[in-house]
Design a protein around this ligand. Sequence first.
Ligand SMILES: NC(=O)c1ccc[n+]([C@@H]2O[C@H](COP(=O)([O-])OP(=O)(O)OC[C@H]3O[C@@H](n4cnc5c(N)ncnc54)[C@H](O)[C@@H]3O)[C@@H](O)[C@H]2O)c1
Length: 446
Amino acid sequence: MELNTRLKNVAVVGAAGKMGRGICLLMTDLIANLQLNSPNKLGYKITMVDVSDDALSGLLEYLRSQLRKYAEKNINNLRKAYASRKDLVENGEMIDEFINGAMLLPRPTTLLEAAKDATIVFEAAIENIDIKNQIYATLDKVCSKDTFYYTNTSSMPIAELEKVGGLKGRIMGVHFYNPPPVQKLVEMIISKNTRPEVKEAAYEIGKMLKKTLIPSNDVAGFIGNGHFMRDGLHAIGEVEALQKIGMKMYEGIYALNRVSQDFMIRPMGIFQLIDYVGLDVYQLILQVMKKHLNDKELHSQLIDEMIKQDVKGGQFADGSQKDGFLKYEKNRPVGVYCTKEKKYILFTENNWTKAIDEKLGEVPTGYQPWKALLSDKGKDKKLEAYFTSMKSMNTTGATLAWKYLLRSKEIAHFLKNSGVTDDVENVNGVLMNGFYHLYGPVNKYY
Ligand SMILES: NC(=O)c1ccc[n+]([C@@H]2O[C@H](COP(=O)([O-])OP(=O)(O)OC[C@H]3O[C@@H](n4cnc5c(N)ncnc54)[C@H](O)[C@@H]3O)[C@@H](O)[C@H]2O)c1
């Protein structure tokens, strides 16, 4: 079946979730544009399945408002496509026409069986193996034996989903990053059985969506979480080590967050990133990886304790950051959680952060914030000089950062040596495109 024909009948399962709604938007815009340029405009639909009616009605509002932004950006193409339509003159009329056409595509439903005609299914349901298995078992019963399945799982081996669902090579991982409409990176994971035509269609769709596609092998956690989980565990380990030499745990969290953001020039500190992802999600992915990789190290008592105390991070419905390791005001960190006192210690209390900053010492010579270097064409030379200066320093901050950089590099090599990727360049690619690092962990600087 031609891809354009296959795209006539798409389903998104878990459509109202964080990832599902983004995939719904991407696919609605893509298919609405295909429809616009197709002589036979009829017959396209996107079945959007989720378990809650309320969430699905919110989804439609979200799609309508986002499609307006897409259409406004795409006005030149819309003018071309509607050139023969004498009834459409103003930009606003064309934008409304496009949105009205696009909004005929979504078929929201709480019935999974409604996806029976789908020839492509994007699955972004909650990261729970039993629920995903149930979804695939049902879909396999009601859909054609030619349907292609693209799962967004962050951690589960594709081969396992394939086996339980009986999907025989018709599933692969198409791992969008959050939020899918904004993030360029998609990790592409084929299992040993994935059929070439399933892979080809996924790559073709990825290209149509103008995504950066990086292959990962089918090993729990893949490249992104394979690095991120271990990177986070390294920071937690350092906090525990600092405790042994007299630093309080919350002080250590503050210190490692600063080291990973400022000293290592990353877009955000590691504890802020774990908060963004959600401590419960972080814990869940660790559990899945630990089970599949049979690696006891993939566990953190601190994360377990935080969750026990109901501190989980993640986002509110309006996208603002919930408190986690750090407390946030207007999405900026203002304090650190103390598990012993079961409360946040604000940065402003008794100037404690100043004492930790002094302990860490100055950032290395040549430091510029991540944002300043991001679009700097001369960043390569600047980073080289910066890391050379870091190497010669023996302050606590520089020493912690240096050790952290080497650990990140070690993780990248481990991912290659343990078969998660065929090339460390893929790890660099995932970290630079999905985590917005300025440099990959395997580089010429150190
Ligand atoms: N959030 C992230 O940063 C992120 C990034 C990449 C991949 N992922 C992966 O994407 C998937 C979804 O994650 P999310 O963060 O969007 O979760 P989410 O909790 O925001 O959304 C999951 C959705 O699945 C729905 N759902 C639950 N059971 C269902 C069922 N039986 N049938 C249909 N829908 C059902 C829920 O109602 C919810 O709307 C997971 O596999 C996750 O690992 C998440």
